[in-house]
Design a protein around this ligand. Structure first.
Ligand SMILES: NC(=O)c1ccc[n+]([C@@H]2O[C@H](COP(=O)([O-])OP(=O)(O)OC[C@H]3O[C@@H](n4cnc5c(N)ncnc54)[C@H](OP(=O)(O)O)[C@@H]3O)[C@@H](O)[C@H]2O)c1
Length: 424
């Protein structure tokens, strides 16, 4: 090719490339071909070919540059620059998002570490006492509090039971004590032991967690007086008894009282009228106590832990309770309820028979987070609620906003799905 033609070709090439670059910059990815003038000039390099092929594979612009002889390499560079503008922007955006996410994770991890290090600093000399640590939530919370570096007084109904033995294996920071919350003597004995250990280890009682509770499933008329007293004594009076016993220590430390409540306190379910009444009582008591004790620097908190009855021992004695209810029925009640009562209890037996081992710590980060907040926040709220399942949340939302009692009761029936009463 004569020199003048080569120069013209080179100029033409430059203009074409500028057009390609401008178009590539202006056109979003995924837009089909710009133009194809391949082969007008020789000199297309293997790199340029690869680049064009890659672009078309990626669904980006498919375009061929016009490459004069001897200018393949610079054309490839120019095209690479132009073609990569969109890619580079996407890469930059992706990097920014990735960096943002990484930064967020690091910030969260740092905040958690800081919270926990504050905790280990401020709380290294503060202990937590939890009731009902034999199984379920109490057992899990004892392990969690221990993992957080706290001193834990884990009180168990059965001081030599499997749960107590497992907890004792942890470390000297996990102190296991026998305590029956219905028995004043047992509560005071545990209290004296705790006070001695606090002194010996130069500790103070940072928090009392009232967790122990029992639940008897069955319609109110079926429940014997003993079963009604049993639930009231453990859930309500037991909580009062333990709290009263530890109030002096909590006043000294300006500690906090955390009581485990239940959704049944807000929306009582059929079959759980007595249990619901005890939990509603706990909420009312906590509200009053909060206002009484805040002037002494004690925070009073309730926690709604969600639902995990398949992973705790709360339904573990239902068979025995059913036998007691059945045995206490008179002939008229047996005739009236007979088949329905048996169907009802059979249904509950099936529900609770699928329980997981109660000696496995619950795996629910949201639940632990609610407790950690209640336990560690410098300015804790009066109420914490661990998120429950979608179904649970939806129904409880609908219960709250039901336009009429009829709608409310119909929704509750749909929610609990208990066996239906059949009129003979
Ligand atoms: N499970 C749920 O879905 C759910 C939902 C909302 C709220 N809650 C609340 O969460 C808390 C823990 O319940 P959970 O489900 O983990 O049940 P759980 O496994 O039965 O735990 C309750 C613990 O309290 C103990 N306890 C019973 N009577 C006692 C007494 N007289 N003195 C001291 N301890 C006694 C139990 O010992 P034994 O095992 O020997 O009986 C058991 O270890 C309760 O306050 C409950 O109301 C549970």
């Amino acid at each position: 090719m004569p020199a003048g033609d080569a120069i013209n070709a080179s100029r033409a090439f430059s203009r074409e490339m500028e057009a390609v670059i401008a178009h590539t910059r202006a056109t979003p990815r995924g837009t089909p071909a710009l133009e194809t003038k391949r082969g007008q000039y020789a000199g297309e390099t293997p790199q340029l070919r690869t680049l064009l092929w890659r672009r078309s594979r990626e669904g980006g612009l498919v375009c061929s540059a016009i490459v004069p002889p001897g200018m393949g390499a610079s054309a490839t560079r120019a095209f690479s620059c132009a073609g990569d503008v969109g890619g580079r922007r996407a890469l930059l955006a992706c990097s920014a998002v990735a960096l943002g996410l990484l930064g967020h994770r690091l910030a969260c991890a740092w905040a958690t570490r800081r919270r926990l290090s504050l905790l280990s600093g401020a709380y290294s000399k503060r202990a937590v006492l939890i009731t009902g640590c034999d199984t379920g939530l109490g057992f899990s919370l004892a392990l969690r509090a221990h993992d957080l570096g706290l001193w834990v007084f884990a009180t168990c109904l059965r001081g030599e039971g499997a749960g107590a033995r497992r907890l004792r294996e942890m470390s000297p920071r996990m102190q296991v004590l026998q305590m029956d919350v219905t028995d004043g003597q047992s509560v005071f004995a545990a209290r004296d032991s705790v006070v001695r250990q606090l002194k010996r280890n130069n500790l103070e009682l940072g928090a009392l967690v009232n967790n122990a509770a029992v639940m008897v499933f069955g319609e109110f008329e079926w429940q014997t007086e003993r079963l009604i007293k049993f639930q009231t004594d453990v859930n309500l009076l037991g909580t009062f008894r333990v709290t009263k016993a530890f109030c002096p220590e909590l006043r000294k430390s300006k500690g906090r009282i955390i009581t485990v409540s239940s959704h049944c306190a807000q929306a009582t379910l059929p079959g759980l009228a007595v249990y619901g009444a005890t939990k509603a009582g706990i909420e009312a008591w906590s509200d009053g106590l909060r206002m009484e004790l805040q002037k002494y620097g004690i925070n009073v908190i309730t926690v709604l832990p969600g639902s995990f009855s398949q992973r705790s021992n709360i339904g573990g004695q239902q068979g025995e309770f059913a036998a007691e209810m059945r045995a206490a029925m008179n002939q008229e009640q047996k005739d009236f309820y007979g088949e329905y009562f048996e169907r009802y209890q059979k249904y509950l037996a099936a529900v609770f028979s699928g329980r997981a081992s109660t000696l496995e710590a619950l795996q629910d980060p949201h639940l632990y987070r609610a407790f950690e907040e209640a336990l560690l926040s410098q300015n804790p709220r009066a109420k914490y609620e661990a998120p429950a399942t979608f179904r649970y949340n939806l129904y409880h939302f609908l219960f709250k906003w039901s336009p009429t009692t009829k709608v409310h009761d119909w929704l509750v029936e749909k929610f609990v799905q208990l066996p239906k009463w059949k009129v003979k």
